[in-house]
Design a protein around this ligand. Structure first.
Ligand SMILES: Nc1nc2c(ncn2[C@@H]2O[C@H](COP(=O)(O)OP(=O)(O)OP(=O)(O)O)[C@@H](O)[C@H]2O)c(=O)[nH]1
Ligand SMILES: [Mg+2]
Length: 299
């Protein structure tokens, strides 16, 4: 029998560079939510790609950032950093032509560990002055002895095969660590909660997404459909009004969009109920965070 490769690849980078988009397009299936707003991903999430020759276990992570003032922010960094240990390869995502303090902060962390680092220069489709790319790549290559630097567009699927081929060179020969039909380690419940959060983030202004979390209260297969009921927690009643929107329109639209994606994911009809409730200061309260699923174990 042909020997198979299998190993872990952590996708890291500052918020909003396109890590989750990259994961979804590498997998060919959407399992991680994405948005225009930073700090969309809050939990570590595996995306498992199994082929005849082996298995790549991608780890999507929250964006690493320097602002650690609030308990949620600290949690996000812990979740991202805890995913570096035990990896076979790191995919470090940068946004083309950009270099920020946060990128420098991340390099400072990953250059200390002895794991192959492949840099993905993402969003190259956005570059208008194409002649700026080469000098940028040269600048990045001077910063560390990276295994490779690959310009790509996660959104347009550009150069993803090159990334995957490079990764495979660094994975050990090993038995598959997950059954071949597994796509993620996360439950359907979790994925459904995330879909609700994604649809809300897309409909809200800049600040509010950070003040929202979704908790699935009820998830049950009934006769011909799956009945899901979820609580959307906000921090203040003024936020509750915004989430619900005029005549409940915002909540209704977000719910409809989430339900439609759930039905594809679960291959079943879904009956979705949403409730908005206030829990003051939940995002800066360690105990409330634990209760809402932001615990230390298996972040
Ligand atoms: N033009 C363009 N946009 C992209 C590309 N990849 C991602 N984006 C967009 O960038 C935004 C952020 O993408 P995400 O995948 O949510 O980014 P992330 O790094 O996972 O962000 P966090 O989870 O907040 O850390 C979204 O609006 C994506 O559609 C790309 O290759 N080209
Ligand atoms: Mg993300």
């Amino acid at each position: 029998m042909q020997q198979q490769y299998c190993g872990y690849v952590s996708i890291i980078g500052r918020p909003n560079v396109g890590k989750s988009t990259l994961l979804n397009h590498l997998l060919g299936q959407k399992i991680s939510i994405t948005s225009r707003k930073p700090q969309t991903t809050r939990h570590r999430l595996l995306g498992i790609k199994t082929e005849k020759e082996g298995q790549i276990i991608y780890v999507d992570t929250p964006g690493l950032h320097q602002n650690q003032h609030n308990a949620m922010n600290r949690y996000l960094n812990r979740a991202a950093l805890s995913s570096i240990e035990g990896m076979n390869v790191i995919l470090w995502v940068l946004e083309a032509l950009k270099w920020t303090d946060e990128d420098a902060y991340i390099l400072n962390i990953i250059e200390k560990i002895n794991i192959p680092i492949i840099v993905v220069i993402n969003k190259v489709d956005k570059i208008t002055a194409k002649n700026e790319l080469l000098p940028y790549l040269q600048e990045i290559s001077k910063k560390y002895h990276f295994t490779d630097i690959i310009p790509a567009s996660a959104l347009q699927g550009h150069n993803l095969v090159a990334i995957e081929n490079k990764i495979k060179q660094f994975l050990p020969i090993s038995p598959l660590l997950f059954p071949e039909e597994y796509i993620t380690d996360r439950s359907e419940r979790f994925l459904c909660a995330e879909l609700i959060r994604e649809k809300l983030i897309n409909r809200l202004g800049a600040e509010l997404p950070y003040r929202i979390t979704v908790q699935i209260e009820y998830f049950k297969t009934e006769e011909k459909l799956i009945h899901i009921s979820a609580i959307i927690w906000v921090e203040r009643s003024s936020q509750k009004a915004i989430v619900i929107g005029k005549q409940g329109r915002n909540l209704k639209e977000a719910g409809k969009a989430a339900r439609e994606e759930m039905e594809v994911l679960l291959e079943n009809k879904v009956f979705l109920q949403l409730w908005v409730k206030v829990k003051q200061g939940w995002s800066d309260d360690e105990r409330a965070l634990q209760q809402l699923g932001y615990g230390d174990i298996d972040v």
